[in-house]
Design a protein around this ligand. Structure first.
Ligand code: ATP
Ligand code: MG
Length: 440
């Protein structure tokens, strides 16, 4: 992408409305624009990052055996009347009427709809287990939307729903998602801690919130420091291996970790003081086993091996991609801007032409640009007619992991500078060496 032809509206001033660093940087880098309270457009640079986050979420859902579909944002109120949630859900639900005056709503979540799909087609235990997911916009009329896309009213959610014949089966499905979440957050460059979460009136202990630590987080969290040493399940994890997944789950739930709602001061005090972690965190995912809560009122049942009908055991599993983008920034930035983990960076490389219009600089840049493109890299070429200082500031602000700096002096001797955005380390090398290094 040539920056001169791109759409990346950088802000020079710090926007007043942004209270936290991720919101400030997303606005300054031209990633998002608020359209009305808590409702955002994703501008091209932001959209690139969001797409990369979604791709990782999707890959890990697929790896764990979940199957993607797509359900609509607008739902009929009827389904929600069946489950009893149409009245129970409060003002967070946006209720709409169509021209026939039929009550509709903008989905805040999809348990009812996916249960309806399930009951329409699945009749036998032989078709289980099943896990269906989509990545779709949700709307919740949050009382306090804030911090940009961290807590917005319209937001993207990956929501998966599992169906099993038995509680044991459902627990295995839960642990698949548990392991998939550990992998997902790790690939996004985050260390997320699964914390016991409130299961509300249904009870049981199968609910975890995945929290990343950040001073600006809205949740108060308490945990053991051991989490930093636990291994992330490997890419070749066998998701059908019941005992294997159980042991991953057992390790990750063996030490204390709870949000303030579930906090047990006595259990926390029992941890030696030096190993206690009391901090703030951002909830990036939430998984839940809720048994027959929806299958029973909505009549989602299958025939079991005993020939009898059984209500299926269900779970739901959410991740918020539009919250993850700012969460990654909260965890990875410096005073000059964003520092993207390579896995979600909007571009892999930015080539900075310090003197656009200079023949030698232009031709070296073109050479680098086409070599990187040919190698399948996402590359941004800063070919704007602007000062070198402005270009350096832009590159640092938007956080592309590698900068290749092309200036008139070094180009005269066939050399360029390669800068690592994270460490700031710079290295001078020939154009060929830079290409070899970065396409390898
Ligand atoms: P919170 O306690 O932060 O309101 P929640 O418990 O209501 O979250 P869930 O219903 O479990 O959230 O939704 C699953 C995921 O969707 C959350 O873990 C979060 O990543 C994301 N999410 C929920 N609400 C929002 C929001 N208003 N803006 C952005 N992402 C959200
Ligand atoms: Mg909420």
């Amino acid at each position: 992408m040539r920056l001169s032809r791109y759409f990346m509206p950088i802000l020079k001033e710090n926007p007043k409305e942004a209270e936290i660093v991720s919101h400030r940087l997303m606005l300054r880098a031209g990633m998002i624009r608020q359209q009305s309270q808590g409702i955002y457009s994703w501008l091209p640079l932001g959209k690139r990052v969001l797409d990369k986050v979604n791709a990782i979420v999707r890959e890990e859902q697929n790896r764990a055996g979940a199957i993607e579909l797509s359900m609509p944002t607008l739902q009929s109120a009827e389904l929600w009347q069946e489950s009893g949630r149409y009245d129970a859900y409060g003002k967070e639900m946006l209720r709409i009427r169509d021209r026939q005056d039929r009550p509709m709503l903008y989905g805040p979540t999809n348990e009812e709809m996916v249960t309806d799909i399930f009951r329409s087609y699945v009749k036998s235990y032989k078709d289980l287990p099943l896990n269906l997911y989509h990545i779709q916009l949700k709307f919740r009329d949050e009382i306090r939307p804030r911090f940009g896309t961290m807590r917005s009213r319209e937001f993207l959610m990956k929501d998966a729903y599992s169906f099993d014949l038995t509680r044991e089966g459902a627990e295995h499905s839960y642990r698949k998602m548990f392991a998939a979440y550990l992998r997902t957050f790790s690939r996004l460059g985050l260390r997320a801690i699964p914390m016991r979460a409130d299961t509300g009136p249904i009870g049981g202990n199968l609910s975890h919130e995945f929290i990343i630590l950040a001073d600006t987080g809205e949740s108060e969290v308490f945990s053991h420091k051991d989490f930093v040493n636990f291994d992330i399940p490997s890419a070749d994890t066998d998701f059908d291996d019941v005992a294997g997944l159980q042991s991953i789950f057992d390790q990750w739930t063996s030490v204390y970790a709870a949000t303030s709602e579930m906090h047990d001061e006595a259990a926390f005090s029992a941890i030696p003081e030096a190993e206690r972690l009391s901090a703030r965190g951002i909830e990036v995912g939430h998984i839940f086993y809720f048994g027959e809560k929806y299958s029973e009122p909505m009549g989602a049942k299958v025939q079991g091996p005993d020939g009898k009908e059984h209500f299926v055991h269900m779970g739901s599993y959410g991740i918020g991609p539009t919250r993850l983008v700012p969460a990654i920034i909260e965890a990875s930035h410096d005073e000059n801007g964003i520092i993207w983990p390579a896995s979600v960076a909007p571009f892999d490389i930015v080539v900075i032409n310090m003197k656009s219009g200079d023949e030698a600089c232009d031709s070296a840049c073109e050479k680098l640009y086409s070599a990187f493109m040919k190698a399948g890299k996402d590359v941004l070429l800063d070919d704007r007619d602007d000062r070198a200082g402005t270009k350096f500031a832009t590159a640092d602000l938007i956080g592309v992991p590698v900068q290749v700096i092309v200036g008139p002096r070094s180009v005269a001797s066939g050399e360029v500078e390669v800068k690592d955005r994270k460490t700031g380390a710079r290295e001078t090398m020939t154009i060929e060496a830079a290409v070899n290094r970065l396409v390898g």
